[in-house]
Design a binder for this molecule. Sequence first.
Ligand SMILES: Nc1ncnc2c1ncn2[C@@H]1O[C@H](COP(=O)(O)OP(=O)(O)O)[C@@H](O)[C@H]1O
Ligand SMILES: [Mg+2]
Length: 365
Amino acid sequence: MNVENEDEKRITVEILKRIFRCRSVKLEFLRRSGGSSTWRCTILIPEAEFAQETEKRYFVKTKISGPIPEEFIIERWRSNCMAKRHDVLSKHLGIYVCNNQSSERFERDLTKHCIHPLPDPGKKSIVIEIQSFLNGATLGEVLTERAQVGFHKKVDSHLAAKVCRAFAKVHNQRLEINQEVVYDESLQALLERFEKYVPSRIVHPIIDRATKLHMYGLGQELVDKWLHKSERLCALHGDLRCDNIILPDTSTIEGFAALIDFSRTPWGAAGYDCGRFVTDILEFYLQTRNEYYRLFIEEFISQYETLRNDPLFREELCLGVFPMLLIKLNPSGTPIEDLTIAKQLYEHCIKILEAGKFFIPQIAS
Ligand SMILES: Nc1ncnc2c1ncn2[C@@H]1O[C@H](COP(=O)(O)OP(=O)(O)O)[C@@H](O)[C@H]1O
Ligand SMILES: [Mg+2]
């Protein structure tokens, strides 16, 4: 439900005033997803120590409803630690667990005092995470805009390069010990997810039982193919999709792409991340049939293949295609609403998995 909740807003404003020790907090609702809300928060700074600035912006996530705020805390905490480890942008300022009775407050900044046990949030608590605000558009927004104005491929090699640089910063990190165990475990975890999700969570009307069996069989083959190749182990973002990449500056060819919203999958093969990424853009392509997206995917793959000097990169992308397909067909993931597009994406991803190699369908625009 993508609507602002007045109660949630009022309570959040009160708590933010306490946290920032200020009298005025402006809170603008951005969106609601997975039971949490996101807000743009602006505070006026009267203190002398910030004499240069009169106001400061933050990005705030709140979770007020639902019986399990602990999960939200752990998710955000994990994302926070991952972002710090990769030194992406040190932008998480703290996670606060607050009682929604403003008189009885308890707050704990898990980021700074992570040695403390997790506080017991209770059903009436509100959990607030504060990040510095990143000005800029998501990659999804940038691609959509450029597709509409018919951007030229040559110019966009710069955009693909920014994305590649951001990905490489994470994927170039290696684990020093236990590579074999961690690598194989990451694939086993993937297989377990297929086992769990394919039969039960994929209730999409386009998929019957026989198809599910075929899908699961492909998942097993995929995992078998990549087991015991621990030289491919690297750090991961875990949920690389267009909405989790922010471009603070699209007007110049320099600048960077900022990765946000790190997931719980810290290690694995880079194809896991990149396969998710290209499948996300494939959905845009199928939806609009706009050539721009196809060219962008090809440009990204060719640049990253060269950067990683990896002839198996296109094959390895299958490791991410499968889980992203599941998310896009799963009612509790981010399901594609248009059933025709869902079917097309499903059919094409199955072809990719059968071929063991990522490719883009030929469709006439
Ligand atoms: N620090 C930030 N500054 C500005 N906008 C942000 C920031 N973090 C996230 N966003 C925006 O909010 C959206 C949702 O945030 P995200 O952390 O990805 O949460 P989720 O995908 O779990 O809802 C992002 O796609 C992006 O548009
Ligand atoms: Mg996100």
